[in-house]
Design a protein around this ligand. Sequence first.
Ligand SMILES: Cc1ncc(COP(=O)(O)O)c(C=O)c1O
Length: 510
Amino acid sequence: MTAITEIATALRAGQKPKFADHADSPAYAAELDAKDPVRHLRNEFIIPTRQMINRKSLGPLPSTVDAQDAQPEHALYFCGNSLGLQPTTVGEYVRAQLATWASIGVKGHFNALDPATTPLPAWQDMAAQCAKQMAPLVGAASADEVVAMNTLTVNLHLMMASFYRPTATRHKIIAEWKPFPSDSYALESQIQWHGLDVATSLIELQPDENLYISTESVLATIDEHAAETALLLLPGIQYYTGQLFDVQRITAHARSKGIVVGWDLAHAVGNVELQLHDWDVDFAVWCTYKYLNAGPGSIAGAFVHQRHGKVEPKSTTANGKTPPQSQDGKDDLDVDVRHAGFAYQPRLSGWYGGDLSVRFTMAKTFQPTPGAQGFQLSNPSAIDLASLSGALAVYDKTDMHTLRNKSLALTAYAEKLLDGILQDALSHDAAAAPPFRIITPANPAERGAQLSILLRDGNVLAALAAAMDEADIVMDQRKPNVVRFAPVPLYNTFADVLKVVSVLRRVILS
Ligand SMILES: Cc1ncc(COP(=O)(O)O)c(C=O)c1O
């Protein structure tokens, strides 16, 4: 067992990890890096050098391996919770797509080129290829439960169009106090779209004084509003605090009360282990530009549980009767009748959700592709899909358990070093309030890679930003006083974490 696996095993078992006494020494960080079982994956990325990250005009990219080896020369990039770094395979796949288009034009839709010469199938099959690559990352039973389409907020709206069907009695949505603004806008506009009032139809889970939302409080809120709630929509990981919710327990409880359950996994996918099928989640949505590294604004993902993906001949429903459409019963969402001939979950439809067997016959009647892919609308951008498939090729070289092991160790290491700053501050002035607190849960089972640092004094943020700029550290800041520190196991190192914390220490203690 390597040191990292040992640390991760302890953390998974709820024990304190054992870092060496000299944990804050470069030698120890280098020792951990040398034993990192996924160290080689860093070579899959273009790590910007310090010179590159400050460019004002476009210049050549260095060889990735050189950039990786030249430790003092690369920027300290800790922003994978916002935009992941570029995998080399993205360029390779996108160039292949452009070359295909240049070579065979419209034939690229259906004609796959020799796989010895391209990583891409025919454009027609690329969404399915991406679904296959994403399925293990979210714990889908098969690729049929996953689709690559649109962008996150669009998918959230599409999923709510299908799964949020309020009635006079069941109309509430349970969300949390501080969703990412786009989620808030989507939730509120959906409620208003149905002619309902946000004040009475939106229930917001409130955190405690540490900005923490306990599973017990979520379950209690579900119990309180169960009879009137149509949908529960939460983030797998809360973007601001970094809290990872107990997706399994919360989903099971809400579903047992007849509530439809959706998750926004923007900050969870590619970050923590997910088992959406086994956890019985109704639907989920995510973006692919954070931990999946597919590029800014890249095509997004969605999960639809297989029970909602069925497409059956209408005659198989009981005596041809239309099943109930209210959400008062547990099973009424499973199959609904909307069109002549077929029974399926209602949705907003477009031709790319149509079954391949009829998609190009230009049939007037919509017949969806079974599964999540039947929720597509448009002909997807092949460049987008090439970029996503290239990014996901990195995940083909590892698995979420191994990555999470490193992530657990890397984030616990960052936390240990940050705690060292707090201890030093205390030893300088025992009476002073701590200069910051980490608002992300200390329990590793309740967080992903990210640690959110809430500075006591908002003025420190400007000084910190200047020092980080100076040291070519790229890290996300949320005004007025939060810094989000997200060590990404695919490309961040223990040595990098130590360097970043040294800069934080200098600014915070000065
Ligand atoms: C939790 C969450 N939801 C929604 C969004 C919005 O995503 P998009 O602009 O891709 O729709 C983001 C973007 O960072 C996010 O973090």
